[in-house]
Design a binder for this molecule. Structure first.
Ligand SMILES: [Zn+2]
Length: 324
């Protein structure tokens, strides 16, 4: 192909991309979301199972909100601007109170690209101070570029990542209307900037990605030591309902907390022993008794990756005595 033709081809491609982008922007009405009631004042939006894709319009994570009597607090913003607008519209159908605040569980792509719609609706964005590292590292820009490709047209050139207005560091609480909220800083268990939101009178906890209901959690290379510590802190709080980052709400909170705790402890013990004894991962994995967890949903896709991530982490921890 000659250079002239290549230039022509390139401009056709550019034109196509531009018109797709324009069409994409126009073709994205807000997505109608139907909230599920969790407790007297708290509601959730439940995403579809599976990974984010253009087919599910990026709707595979959860968000929620609380109507306080003097404004609405939203927890997480879902994974696209259209979903964010869906939150704003669903809230407006239920109450005339404005959305005053949105608390971000952590800056992972499936929870934050709806923020621009909430911000446009007047919400103040609260997140952990460590989210600033995500922006500073260049990861935020990289991830957005990737999502613009993978989730087009739901994430496109008009999608931007909104930074927090208020930075949280450590546990804190605030009151709005008749409701007291407690923000729980987990110290960076699933992501460096994890926080959870407890609605005190309702005993409802928005847990982000730190709790799953009736299934094996996705651990990957999360800091399972900090995660375990966070779970131990939640047990005495005794929430009546937990809204996780993915999947249905948990009403059997004690069972789900115990399952997550026992699974993490089992992973750490088995992989920690292997790492200390310099046993190869494959041997350790084959030797470990998984029978207690094998029948649970998500065991097949998640367990091996969880074990591998934990093996690497335990290797690091065994080399760094300060971390034990
Ligand atoms: Zn996450």
């Amino acid at each position: 192909m000659g250079p002239g033709r290549r230039t022509l081809l390139r401009s056709v491609v550019t034109l196509l991309a531009a018109s797709c982008a324009a069409a994409g922007t126009l073709a994205q009405p807000s997505i109608t979301l139907v909230p599920e009631r969790v407790s007297a004042r708290a509601w959730m939006f439940r995403g579809e199972p599976g990974m984010a894709s253009a087919a599910n319009r990026g709707f595979m994570s959860n968000a929620g909100f609380v109507v306080t009597g003097d404004g609405v607090v939203v927890f997480d913003a879902l994974g696209t601007p259209a979903l964010g607008r869906g939150i704003v519209e669903a809230v407006a159908k239920l109450t005339r109170e404005p959305i005053r605040r949105v608390v971000v569980s952590h800056y992972h792509a499936d929870h934050v690209y709806g923020l621009q719609a909430l911000k446009a609706a007047g919400a103040e964005v609260w997140a952990h101070r460590r989210s600033l590292d995500y922006f500073a590292s260049g990861l935020a820009a990289e991830r957005l570029a990737q999502r613009r490709a993978d989730l087009f047209p739901w994430v496109d050139e008009t999608t931007e990542l909104v930074r927090p207005d208020v930075l949280v560091d450590g546990d804190t609480s605030f009151r709005m209307g008749g409701t007291t909220f407690r923000i729980i800083d987990t110290g960076g268990a699933h992501a460096p900037d994890d926080i959870m939101l407890l609605v005190e009178g309702e005993r409802t906890l928005f847990a982000g990605d730190l709790l799953f209901s009736g299934r094996i959690p996705f651990v990957g290379n999360a800091d399972s030591g900090k995660w375990l510590a966070a779970i131990e802190r939640l047990i005495p709080i005794g929430p009546a309902a937990v809204v996780p980052g993915h999947g249905p709400a948990s009403r059997e909170v004690a069972r789900d907390l115990a399952l997550t705790r026992d699974y993490l402890a089992h992973l750490r013990e088995a992989m920690g022993r292997a790492a200390r004894e310099l046993e190869p991962f494959e041997d350790a994995y084959a030797k470990t008794d998984w029978s207690r967890f094998r029948a649970l949903p998500a065991f097949e896709p998640a367990n091996r990756i969880n074990a591998w991530g934990t093996y690497l982490r335990m290797e690091q921890e065994s080399l760094d005595p300060a971390r034990k």
